[in-house]
Design a protein around this ligand. Structure first.
Ligand code: ATP
Length: 345
């Protein structure tokens, strides 16, 4: 297969396992984000892909060749880290041309490539500027151009945008994704920011405790989370315990969800219901009894918090579908079966 393949990759530090039996294929030309909470093993996995750390088990293959023990400088990688590590005493052009110069590329070819990369990152004519005079976003682009100068087989970025302010960061996410698509370069980004992962990736790899919990397209991760960890980690969700009644119907908070059956005769478990799928209605038969406790109007969306039994549930609506309710009001909740993801507890 062309692309990257991780086969049963494990990393132990003494008795602690930071990465456990990771299997992952990254087809050529795709964009993968490793996403997860602090300490879940993202950076450790990335460092092994980069050749900066050796796995204690498993194999790493690039275009079918085992590179597990190939040193970093022979892997044809482009890397960008959070610190950027630009050379402050060199100009923009010298920074970008650095790896070309080391490889003995001729002066003319270096200049041609630098100009090409500068126009690609929307900084034409910046070659002679000192990097110290650039803004944060411009430095970011220069670090990206420097990593791409050798036309690497694999482009690796570890939290590349986390030093930027929120607005610039969002703009750079779109820019980075467009650049990757134009070049068709296989790219892996480590991030703990789910919005960033959802913006850029073909495949989001959600990790926890050194393991992959789910690897899938962003929408799939959001709509069909594999377990309660993924459901809770990605976006907002309501996790509600259910039991199955004698007729096999899923019952939550004392009310059966019409049309929903638990797969494999699961006797109990958890429903994940996104807030935009929670519909508030009048109380009555077939509706879960609830009471409005708080309303948060964020301008673009309205969040209505209700209490049902001892459970807090949040419903989100757009301003043009604002629920006509007030705090303290008794309401009903109806869950449509297609909006519920049935998970093991
Ligand atoms: P963050 O988002 O905070 O950077 P991460 O998901 O990238 O977290 P890692 O840096 O991969 O997490 O660390 C995973 C676990 O492995 C952590 O518990 C960390 O303390 C541990 N770890 C990482 N490097 C070493 C090391 N050299 N020696 C011992 N333990 C380590």
């Amino acid at each position: 297969m062309s692309g990257l393949a991780l086969e049963n990759v494990t990393k132990e530090f003494g008795s602690f396992t930071a990465v456990k039996n990771v299997d992952l294929t990254v087809p050529h030309g795709t964009f993968v984000c490793l996403l997860g909470p602090s300490g879940c093993g993202k950076t450790t996995l990335m460092r092994m892909i980069a050749g900066l750390d050796l796995p204690t088990g498993g194999a790493i293959k690039l275009d079918g060749t085992d590179i597990t023990r190939v040193p970093t400088h022979k892997r044809e990688l482009g890397m960008v880290f959070q610190s950027l590590a630009l050379f402050p005493h060199l100009s923009v052009g010298e920074n970008i041309a650095y790896s070309l110069r080391i490889r003995g590329t001729g002066k003319e070819d270096q200049k041609k490539r630098v100009d090409e990369l500068l126009s690609m990152i929307h900084l034409p004519g910046y070659a002679d500027r000192p990097v110290s005079k650039l803004s944060g976003g411009q430095r970011q682009r220069v670090a990206i151009a420097r990593a791409l100068a050798i036309s690497p087989k694999l482009f690796l970025l570890d939290e590349p945008l986390s030093a930027l302010d929120a607005k610039l960061r969002e703009a750079m996410q779109v820019e980075l994704r467009q650049l990757q698509q134009r070049l068709g370069i296989t790219t892996i980004v480590v991030t703990h920011d789910q919005r960033e992962a959802m913006t850029m990736a073909d495949t989001v790899v959600v990790m926890n405790g050194g393991e992959i919990r789910q690897a899938a397209a962003p929408v799939e991760i959001y709509r069909r989370p594999a377990d309660t960890f993924v459901a809770d980690f990605i976006g907002m969700t309501n996790l509600i315990d259910f039991t199955t009644d004698s007729a096999g119907r899923v019952t939550v908070l004392g009310t059966a969800v019409e049309g929903l059956a638990a797969p494999g005769g699961l006797a109990r478990g958890v429903l994940s219901v996104r807030p935009e799928d929670v519909h508030l209605t009048a109380p009555g038969p077939g509706a879960i009894a609830a009471r409005v406790t708080f309303i948060r109007d964020l301008g673009g969306t309205i969040e209505t918090f209700v209490e049902a039994g001892d459970k807090q549930i949040v419903a989100v609506s757009m301003p043009n579908a604002r629920p006509d309710v007030h705090v303290g009001q008794e309401v009903g909740i109806r869950l449509s079966p297609e909006a519920c993801v049935v998970l093991k507890s």
